[in-house]
Design a protein. Structure first.
Length: 176
């Protein structure tokens, strides 16, 4: 069977995807405040510009237990469709977001990190291999973990998250 048939494959799923995905934005940083968090601010701008409501915005220190506790609390919100975490995705000792988030995921979506690094490589070269961006599903919601720099946020939001957030959120709901 061919995916060219609109009743099969991703085209069919996209037609059923929610147009507006209520999303929480969490910045992982030991130093940022809401006023200085330009990466998280850019995520909010992109979401709102695309019509996705931001249901909460938080900043949490780069401590795995604190990240996990905040993510668990945010995921308790009934109207939530997605969570985007920015920051803590590099290889420095304090960069612990992937280690904190991955054990909470029901399923990992490996293509997200792979595509992010590929697209990042096109922009910044071999330094892209330092990114540990990831995505997955938990409790019927989609969770994205992306770097906190404005350039990385722009890339992730414009090329990957915004084009697919409705589709992923719609598929994630089916796992509830």
């Amino acid at each position: 069977m061919s995916d060219a048939n609109p009743s099969h494959g991703s085209h069919h799923h996209r037609k059923q995807a929610p147009a507006k995905v209520p999303t929480a934005v969490i910045t992982v940083s030991d130093t940022r405040t809401l006023e200085t968090d330009t990466g998280g601010g850019r995520v909010v701008e992109c979401l709102e510009g695309a019509g996705h409501p931001v249901v909460c915005r938080e900043i949490v220190a780069d401590e795995p237990s604190l990240i996990q506790a905040l993510l668990a609390r945010v995921l308790e919100q009934e109207d939530l469709g997605a969570v985007i975490l920015t920051g803590g995705t590099g290889v420095a000792p304090r960069d612990q977001t992937p280690e904190a988030v991955e054990p909470l995921l029901d399923r990992v979506v490996p293509g997200f990190g792979e595509l992010f690094r590929m697209l990042s490589y096109e922009e910044i070269g071999a330094a892209a291999l330092l990114s540990r961006a990831l995505a997955g599903l938990v409790g019927g919601r989609v969770v994205f973990v992306i770097p906190g720099s404005r350039g990385a946020v722009r890339l992730a939001m414009e090329k990957l998250i915004l084009p697919e957030i409705g589709h992923l959120a719609g598929e994630a709901v089916k796992t509830r």
